[in-house]
Design a protein around this ligand. Structure first.
Ligand SMILES: Nc1nc2c(c(=O)[nH]1)N=C([C@H](O)[C@@H](O)CO)CN2
Length: 116
């Protein structure tokens, strides 16, 4: 089994959606990130500089997503993975994006898994 650093329930307000009315308002998205990271060295040394700092990843993700505008959550997910690979030395990401207000009678979203 591989180690993970996770950030779950990261709530972001951004412009997202395919319809014209969605281009004029911000909507909530909930992101769950599971990022592969070997946690043994940071644990052995009790050293944040060896760890994947979840607050740095969460802050970066928040700023990136709230500053961009896409139609599909698939596009946002793909672009976010690409910039996370550039910004942090990470190898694999599982990303779930939920759009909680999209449907009244269901919870919908996507899951993607990407490797560098
Ligand atoms: N697979 C997807 N389906 C839909 C998306 C999406 O981003 N990915 N978006 C919409 C609309 O924007 C919808 O959320 C408006 O309520 C519809 N289907």
């Amino acid at each position: 089994m591989k180690d993970i650093v996770f950030i779950h329930n990261l709530t972001i307000e951004t412009i997202i959606g395919v319809f014209n009315w969605e281009h004029k308002i911000k909507q909530s998205l909930i992101l769950d990130l599971d990022i592969q990271w070997d946690n043994s060295a940071p644990a052995a040394n009790d050293d944040l500089s060896l760890a994947l700092d979840y607050s740095a990843v969460a802050d970066f993700t928040q700023i990136y997503c709230s500053a961009r505008q896409f139609e599909l959550i698939e596009t946002l997910g793909e672009k976010l993975c690409q910039v996370l690979f550039k910004k942090f030395p990470i190898e694999e990401i599982r990303l779930k994006i939920t759009k909680p207000d999209a449907l009244e009678n269901a919870r919908v979203g996507i899951v993607i898994e990407r490797a560098r």
